[in-house]
Design a protein around this ligand. Structure first.
Ligand code: FES
Ligand code: FE2
Length: 301
């Protein structure tokens, strides 16, 4: 028996890097089969369904005027609550949006909890990376983050503390473990320069398609916000990294991004075409089984 989790769940999705939403422009995005448009208004971020109810033009091709989204076809405008400036025209439905950790999160319905955030170290500075598309399902990527069994083979890391799993909230499952770097590649040796003895890692799956990764290297700490959005047969992968504040933060962020991408790229060849079906009773597979049960309990759309 296989397992299956719908692509679209009733949860937060990471739809943009915080730096993609400019002051006066609007940013189109896609969520759960609908087109959206977001903008940075004087009151903060706002997002609406982007089909104009007047004649169906795309608000994503329009612009912002103060806190109003202006339709590019006849100039009607819609407030952050979706109300049109002309009473006779239907309102559009807003998307809940929240910004944090260098990322913008949108929710397809009504959120039952706050957007994902790094909780251990709220003082990090965050740098978003560009989005990448991978030919893998988001479910496979999330499973991989909980897969203790592949750490040695793919990532050259030895487990030095047994993994622990805690359900922090109905939509948050956290895995923590510790590893030692055993690889000899460039990124492995760079990591070793920051590591005292071992690396403590906390990976929190938030709702399904978002992972918050918090890492204590001994000499420094970093965090990563990983957002996964289904896109046809693949997934749009977004990463933002958090590094300690200070004059070296921009360099640290670039280095952290490179290290995270190098780490993640090692997974892609091994995961291509894999149908992940955790049917074994091996103790190493326990975190994956717990994650799968967690994902199967999430509500689809
Ligand atoms: S189609 Fe948007 S104002 Fe007419
Ligand atoms: Fe991996």
């Amino acid at each position: 028996m296989g397992w299956s989790v719908p692509d679209w769940l009733d949860t937060w999705y990471l739809v943009a890097g915080a730096d993609e939403v400019g002051a006066a422009q609007v940013l189109p995005f896609q969520l759960a089969g609908e087109r959206g448009v977001m903008g940075r208004t004087p009151q903060g971020l706002a997002a609406l369904r982007s089909r104009c109810p007047h004649m169906g033009a795309d608000l994503g091709a329009g612009w912002l005027q103060g806190d109003r989204f202006v339709c590019p076809l006849h100039g009607l405008s819609f407030g952050p609550d979706g109300q049109c400036d002309r009473r006779a025209v239907e309102p559009v439905r807003p998307f809940p949006v929240q910004e944090g950790c260098g990322s913008v999160f949108a929710h397809p319905t009504s959120p039952s909890g706050p957007a994902p955030r790094a909780e251990r170290w709220p003082d990090l500075v965050w740098a978003p990376a560009r989005a990448e598309r991978v030919e893998l399902s988001w479910q496979a990527i999330v499973v991989n983050a909980f897969d203790m069994h592949h750490l040695q083979v793919v990532h050259r890391r030895a487990l030095v503390r047994e993994p622990e799993l805690v359900e922090l909230a109905p939509d948050r499952l956290r895995l923590s473990y510790a590893t030692r770097v055993t690889g000899r590649g460039l990124s492995d040796r760079l990591m070793q320069a920051f590591v005292r003895d071992h690396i403590d890692i906390w990976v929190t799956c938030v709702g399904g398609p978002v992972l918050v990764v918090e890492v204590d290297l001994g000499r420094t700490r970093t965090a990563a916000m990983v957002g996964l959005v289904p896109d046809g047969t693949g997934t749009v992968f977004r990463l933002a990294v958090g590094v300690p504040t200070g004059t070296l933060a921009p360099v640290g962020a670039r280095l952290a991004r490179w290290l995270y991408f190098t780490f993640i790229r090692r997974d892609v060849p091994a995961l291509s075409g894999a149908v992940l079906d955790p049917a074994s009773d091996l103790p190493e597979d326990l975190p994956v089984q717990r994650l799968v049960a967690f994902l199967e309990g999430r509500r689809g759309l």
